[in-house]
Design a protein around this ligand. Sequence first.
Ligand code: AMP
Length: 452
Amino acid sequence: MLDEVRGLSAYTAYNANVDAIVNLKAEIVQNLIDSFGADEIRRRIEEYPREIREPLDFVARLIHALKTGKPMAVPLTNEEMHRWFDETFKYDMERIGGQAGIIANLMAGLKVKKVIAYTPFLPKRLAELFRRGVLYPVVEEGKLKLRPIQEAYREGDPLKVNRIFEFRKGMKFKLGDEVIEVPHSGRFIVSSRFESISRIETRDELRPFLPEIGRQVDGAILSGYQGLRLQYSDGKDANYYLRKAKEDIMALKEADIKVHVEFASIQDRKLRKKVVTNIFPLVDSVGMDEAEIAYILSVLGYRDLADRIFTYNRIEDAILGGMIILDELNFEILQVHTIYYLMYITHRDNPLNEDELAKSLEFGTTLAAARASLGDITKPEDYEVGLKVPFNERSDYVKLRFEEAKRKLRMREYKVVVVPTRLVSNPVSTVGLGDTISTGTFLSYIALLRRH
Ligand code: AMP
């Protein structure tokens, strides 16, 4: 299977960002407190800013997070503050974030035949985080060219940096007279949310070449719609960008390739509904985790089932919910990843049989297990590491519950396949595992279709 997957070419868009990581030390925190003043910070913690507009907002939310030891993420809405952060902190590491970025680097690590990645913004700091082999489409003298992405950056493009402040249990510092000891290890994330980086689209000059890109690949993996806004200052809105997104998908599909959307959570119910109802019916394949099934059902009007999934987390409800989503939005295949199992739901007429679908899911969980074990996939042989990771200890329970669900639900019109996950007990990293599963399952799905 690995060789067949590596024989494919793929396109991925739209979201990639810089993840900048800071391992917080007590003296860094103490210095921040000393320069902003304990009383000022306390007052700002009371106000509890929901977004970061100035440094004091950040310091207040950080200290609050450290005090409680709870992982938190706060949006940064003032683009000017990039400078303050970069001058104040030394980053221990920068790595690629965002689904399209993670997926492009994963495919380049596997050395699949051709990897084309597209993001509407490509500042140098981002371009440099892509792995060698990733190509970026540019238009030169009226023609489509694929350039090594590291060379294709544009000076002055907006930059999305998510800053991740990692903290350890037991760290101690003083806020005025109060001694604070961090109760749990965790992370405080400052995510960039500026309007300049929320125009998720294919730039005008490239758009006419999407059919040509489609002809050069076997599949496309699209993600990042969660970064859209309902309204923009120039009067454009989510509807505008979603119309463009639909045109992109249709242009890519002129070459009759398969298109997968990797869905990520969208807080805003209105935007979630718009993305789901506009995009899903146009694509072939959708990937998500089980919480997303519930969130989507809830905006499609299935509140009771959504609540049941949130409360009980039962396989049979996830299957029922998945069948509803597949039917209401009418695409080819739904892939769901959870901690203990992966699942495919397709219509009965899918060309792949249940065994083949199971093989594809197994490929996905094996790839994720390899990444969890190693922290990253840098060469094709890394896949083998995943084969040594055992299936999780609840595998029998998963199978039992699945058999039970088959007896209870009307599933005749569908093919539903469930396989247990391979779980790494001490993962080096869990970043991007969902994206890894989806890339592995989607590419192996295409590879298996090829056999028919
Ligand atoms: P996400 O949180 O959406 O990136 O996806 C997480 C998925 O990765 C889960 O649904 C699991 O299937 C898988 N996963 C999580 N932790 C591990 C682990 N330690 N080893 C292997 N797979 C994992």
